[in-house]
Every structure is written in C-alpha cells, then in structure tokens.
Ligand binder design. Structure first.
Ligand code: SAH
Length: 228
C-alpha cells in the first residue's frame, strides 16, 4: 500500500470512531431519556461535536456530561442540547435567535433544523472560534455578533424561536418582545447555581410558561442578566 493510502485510512478510522461514538450517544443518552423528534436525533447523530471542544478533550466529546470550553464557559451535555432543541419544535422554516454562542455547537444543531440562526456571544475569543467552525462546516445560514444578548438582536426580530444557553435571574424583557406571536423560547431561569429550564409559548398577549427540567448553566451576564 502506498504511504498516502495508509494515512488516508488512518484518518478515516478516527472519523469512524467519532461516528460510532455519536450513534452511541443518540442510542444510549438521548432516546432512553425521551428525545423522540427524529430530525433532532438525526442532526445530533451528524454534527461532529468533537470539533467544538479542545483537542485534548475530543475523546470525551460524546460523553454524558458538559465539558469546559474557553473563558470558563461550558458546552452543554448532549441530552440538554437535544432537550432544548426539541422543545422549540422546529420544522425548517424558522428564524431562530440563540443567546450564548459559546463553542458554536448548539447554533450548528439549530442551523440544520431551521431557516436562519442569529447567535449572540459576549466573549470575543469564543465567538472567533465558533465562526471558524461555522465556515468549516458550511453553516452559511448562521449570522453571529458580539454583544449583550440579554438585549436580543432587534434588527432581525421577530423570531419564531429563541434559545438562551446561559442562566439568568429572570426572562429578559427584550427577548419576550422579540419573540413572534406563536413563538417558543427555552431559557434557564434561577439563581447562579441551579435553574429551571423554562419553555415559554407566546400566544398573542398571553405567555404560557412550563418548567421542563432542573439544570445548571453558566451565568447569563448583561443588562437583563447577572452583573459581570
Ligand atoms: N450554546 C453554547 C453554550 C455556551 S455556555 C455551546 O453550544 O457551546 C453559555 C455562553 O453564554 C457563554 O459562552 C457565555 O459567554 C455566553 N453569555 C453569557 N451571557 C451572555 C450575554 N448576555 N450575551 C451573549 N452571550 C452571553
């Protein structure tokens, strides 16, 4: 075998291993806990989560836990990503706003299930890393900016779905205003240790609010969040 062929088979072996780990994550972590939207399961089985963590942690990327990313932040546990995504009931035609781009993993998942994703991050280094991955994975329907996401992104409102991936003391008013009639928002609300994951459904002037799970997120820092 020529040496080039050996290198090729070696690297495809590694990507086969990641693919197997992803399939196992879907089979052992997501389906048994009740994730049933096939589109969500398919996308979780496709997006290469290991690219969104440090090289040294790639082997743990499909484990049943959150992992640290730069700036003392975290990429959520796969089940939490799937659960929050499923709660938005995306069909492919939605305009979605995400607050807390972080590694970019959640935005990538959303981008494959909706028409357009707008994502806001307050830490420059994280946003730069996420943007590189959006290019590499050809996520051309993601638009991102560096800002305080508790103010939303008024220019592109209203949004059919909003996901906040950091925990704040309350639901930021600008996000409620920028949610479309009939739209859904998932957001962790609570103290700086534990929060309740809330699903907000906006129906005209009414807000229907359900609690999905107890969760632990990093702080939502901003004008309508915690003080930085
Ligand atoms: N969705 C991310 C999870 C990142 S952790 C992922 O898939 O990796 C939460 C992120 O929210 C952190 O990157 C943090 O910097 C960011 N964040 C916290 N407060 C914010 C705010 N007011 N505006 C934008 N981003 C914020």
């Amino acid at each position: 075998m020529p040496p080039g062929a050996m290198i090729l088979s070696g690297s495809s072996l590694v990507s086969d291993l990641f693919e197997m780990a992803r399939e196992r994550m879907v089979r052992e972590q997501l389906i048994p806990r009740g994730i049933s939207d096939q589109r969500v399961l398919d996308v979780m089985g496709q997006v290469p989560r290991h690219l969104f963590v440090d090289d040294a942690m790639q082997g743990q990327a499909y484990g049943d836990y959150p992992l640290p990313i730069a700036g003392d932040q975290t990429i959520s546990q796969p089940y939490i990503v799937a659960c929050m995504t499923e709660a938005l009931q995306l069909t492919g035609s939605e305009q979605v706003l995400e607050i807390g781009t972080g590694s970019g993993y959640q935005a990538t998942i959303l981008s494959r299930l909706s028409e357009k994703v707008y994502t806001v991050e307050r830490i420059n280094g994280l946003l730069a890393g996420a943007r590189k991955l959006f290019d590499r994975l050809r996520c051309y329907n993601i638009l991102s900016k560096l800002d305080d996401g508790t103010m939303g992104w008024p220019d592109h409102a209203p949004y059919d779905a909003i996901m906040v991936t950091a925990g704040g003391p309350s639901i930021p008013e600008p996000l409620l205003e920028q949610l479309a009639d009939g739209g859904r928002m998932v957001i962790p609300v609570g103290d700086q240790g534990v929060q309740e994951l809330k699903l907000v459904h906006k129906l005209g002037e009414e807000l229907e609010i359900q609690t999905i799970e107890q969760v632990r997120f990093v702080d939502l820092v901003g004008a309508h969040g915690w003080n930085g």
